[in-house]
Design a protein around this ligand. Structure first.
Ligand code: GDP
Length: 454
């Protein structure tokens, strides 16, 4: 069955320097030749791969739509592994759409979401983990998230998975040999060795899975609530972190009555921040509603920044708050350190505490390292392999469970066939991870999350 040539706008729609219309498929070059004329007079089909031509895109009457540069890639040396032409025109929604329409008139069909990358996968240019990393790179919200996806793009997940696969395949082959020739004295073929190999696989799967949560925090940001009683400086802290007046700051208690939310990048981390109403006893109906919402935020937050006022003595509201957060992931922020100290710091001794003056804008670096410590981000080395989505975690988890079952089967003296079946399950889960053995449904599910043009 012949594969249709697809086209889409590859750049975001809007005003910008250039827009790129990407065409991929066997007929990409001949289709582009129908609507693009090089000023040199040379057809694109006469160009080698990686060559560019300057010319114009014309409509069906021969009128110019725009000046353009056409870049030719010849199969298999392209992103998709097919013939590809990328036509760059002036940036702007109307021109890009007109050129795309013209390309479709000339014989291409509109690409679906992720179809270019899906073709790259089907043509063996990328495995699934690398394809998914492309999406991760595009959607990265901070440097660390981009770093993790770059690592996956360079093949770290594939490499580590292959490492485990090799061990499992070695174990499966040895088991088969052992089952066939139980009386032969073949070196290294004994149950102790099988158990050791399985242990190694288990350790490697567990290590991969352990990176997932940190990776998720880095990718999606930490849901973080700023809490504390009124007037301790929560809104001032929020504004310091945002670098703008996101929350209203006054010395009138109860000014922030609702939850104010925003997203900020602190060092390598994205915080999905919520500034909450001060938690205290109140009879004011509106304020009470805000306090209830603040309590809900505390329950749902992954990290709490609990603010206390260095310039006043600790009171019952403070103690109540400390009691309610003691089992949560939190950082105590002792604010207003520019004023004389009244707060008894002893009461904070069992918490991760930093001292700042939000009004003066100092303490950012300390906060940044406290977040890294509390969220254990500093344990992640730049060279670590990090699983980047739930599908990957699920595959490795299934492999881990199967490896554990294989070890148990071996320990309980079950038949070697039973051990072999568990190892086959582990192998299947890892082959699904890299896409070497994956159903069309899973494949479609993965690529439909991509944007059109990628
Ligand atoms: P919130 O009710 O906890 O959100 O507190 P605000 O951020 O509205 O601040 C209450 C008052 O404390 C305001 O008058 C702020 O200017 C003042 N304030 C906040 N942070 C500091 C600080 O670091 N030092 C001093 N001296 N005053 C501060």
């Amino acid at each position: 069955m012949s594969v249709r040539t697809i086209a889409a706008i590859a750049t975001p729609l809007g005003e910008g320097g250039i827009s790129v219309i990407r065409i991929s498929g066997e007929d990409a070059i001949s289709i582009a030749d129908k609507c693009f004329y090089a000023f040199s007079g040379k057809a694109l089909s006469a160009l080698d791969g990686y060559m560019a031509a300057y010319g114009k895109v014309v409509d069906n009457n021969g009128s110019a739509l725009d000046d353009a540069v056409a870049l030719v890639f010849r199969a298999p040396k392209s992103y998709t592994g097919e013939n590809v032409v990328e036509i760059s025109v002036h940036g702007g929604t109307v021109i890009a759409r007109q050129v795309l329409r013209r390309v479709l008139e000339c014989g291409a069909v509109l690409a679906t979401g992720g179809e270019f990358t899906k073709r790259a996968f089907l043509n063996g240019k990328l495995d699934l983990t690398k394809a998914e990393s492309v999406m991760g790179l595009i959607s990265a919200r901070n440097d660390a998230a981009a770093k993790i996806s770059r690592g996956a793009r360079e093949g770290r997940i594939s490499r580590d998975t292959q490492d485990i696969l090799n061990k499992l395949l070695e174990t499966a082959a040895s088991l088969a040999a052992f089952a066939d020739y139980p009386d032969e004295d073949i070196p290294n073929l004994n149950e102790e060795n099988f158990a050791a190999l399985l242990d190694e696989c288990r350790f490697k799967c567990e290590k991969l899975i352990s990176t997932y949560d940190t990776g998720r925090i880095i990718r999606e940001g930490i849901n973080c609530a700023i809490v504390g009683k009124p007037n301790v400086g929560k809104s001032t802290l929020m504004n310091m972190l945002c670098g703008s007046d996101r929350s209203i700051v006054t010395n009138i208690a109860g000014t922030t009555r609702d939850v104010v939310e925003t997203t900020v990048n602190i060092g390598d981390v994205t915080l999905n921040l919520a500034d909450t109403a001060g938690i205290h006893d109140t009879n004011d109906t509106v304020e009470k509603f805000g306090v209830d919402k603040a309590k809900e935020k505390i329950d749902n937050a992954e990290l709490l920044l609990a603010v206390f006022d260095n310039s006043s003595a600790i009171d019952n509201d403070d103690r109540q708050l400390l009691g309610s957060i003691k089992d949560k992931k939190c950082i105590i922020i002792l604010n207003k350190t520019d004023l004389p100290q009244q707060f008894d710091k002893q009461e904070l001794s069992c918490f991760e505490t930093i001292e700042i003056s939000a009004r003066e804008g100092n303490g950012m670096a300390e906060l940044c390292s406290a977040i890294n410590r509390v969220c254990k981000l500093e344990m992640l080395s730049p060279d670590d392999t990090v699983l980047i989505n739930e599908r990957q975690r699920d595959c490795v988890n299934r492999a881990l469970n199967a490896v554990v079952s294989a070890s148990d089967a071996l320990a309980y003296g079950m038949t070697l066939d039973a051990v072999g079946v568990c190892i086959d399950d582990a192998i299947a889960a890892l082959l699904e991870l890299t896409g070497k053995r994956v159903t069309n449904e899973v494949c479609d599910e993965i690529f439909k999350r991509f944007c059109v043009g990628k």
